[in-house]
Design a protein around this ligand. Structure first.
Ligand SMILES: [Zn+2]
Ligand SMILES: [Zn+2]
Length: 199
């Protein structure tokens, strides 16, 4: 059987090599190591991840740790920061991994992207992909102390995922998780209908 390495998993999930993917991959490895969580045992330890952006790095976090939006053990707060926090439910330990403010060539990537967006065609696209890979390779090799600040933190764990029953929205008729339904003047409503009803 062919077993994918964590990096191969991240790459397969995300679809391309880029600096963000490498940063997420390395942050995930650090988080798991600091918490003493084996890759194969992340679910057993009740691993939870917080990510502070919605960019490429988040795909690596999901692929490597197995924490995903669907399992509610990935919490997204889109602050536009390359900061990742990892915690385990079984012992409450948590660690925050934040990227140092460094210039790893973002300016060059922005300039190449502008050329692509301006209709630079295949030549511009190839130049951008090449630069992304070149920077990604460099970030993969960089000593981790140059990239990240790692420190233990205290966190408030999100409620664990629960199976929920469905109720019918009295306005649109669609089913909605009971915990997400709202009551207005004795009517059970889904959030969009409740917002509309309140307008
Ligand atoms: Zn990417
Ligand atoms: Zn509705």
């Amino acid at each position: 059987m062919c077993v994918q390495s964590p990096w191969e998993k991240a790459l397969a999930f995300h679809g391309h090599v880029c600096p963000g993917l490498v940063l997420g991959f390395r942050a995930a490895e650090i988080g798991l190591r600091e918490l003493g969580v084996e890759l194969t045992a992340a679910e057993g330890a009740g691993l939870v991840c917080w990510v502070e952006n919605r960019a490429c790095a988040v795909d690596a976090i999901q692929a490597v740790t197995g924490c995903t939006l669907g399992k509610a053990n990935l919490v997204v707060a889109d602050y536009g920061k390359q900061v990742f926090t990892f915690a385990r439910r079984d012992n409450g330990k948590a660690v925050r991994v934040s990227l140092k403010l460094l210039d790893y060539g973002q300016g060059e990537l922005v300039a190449l992207q502008e050329k692509v967006l301006a209709g630079g065609g295949e030549t511009a696209q190839k130049a951008l992909a090449r630069k992304r890979e070149e920077i990604a390779d460099r970030l993969l090799e960089m000593p981790e102390q140059e990239l990240f600040v790692v420190r233990p933190v205290t966190v408030q764990l999100p409620p664990p995922q629960r199976v929920q029953t469905m109720v019918a929205c009295n306005a649109c008729g669609e089913g909605v998780f009971a915990g997400a339904a709202q009551t207005r003047d004795g009517r059970v409503l889904c959030a969009p209908c409740a917002a509309g009803a309140g307008a």
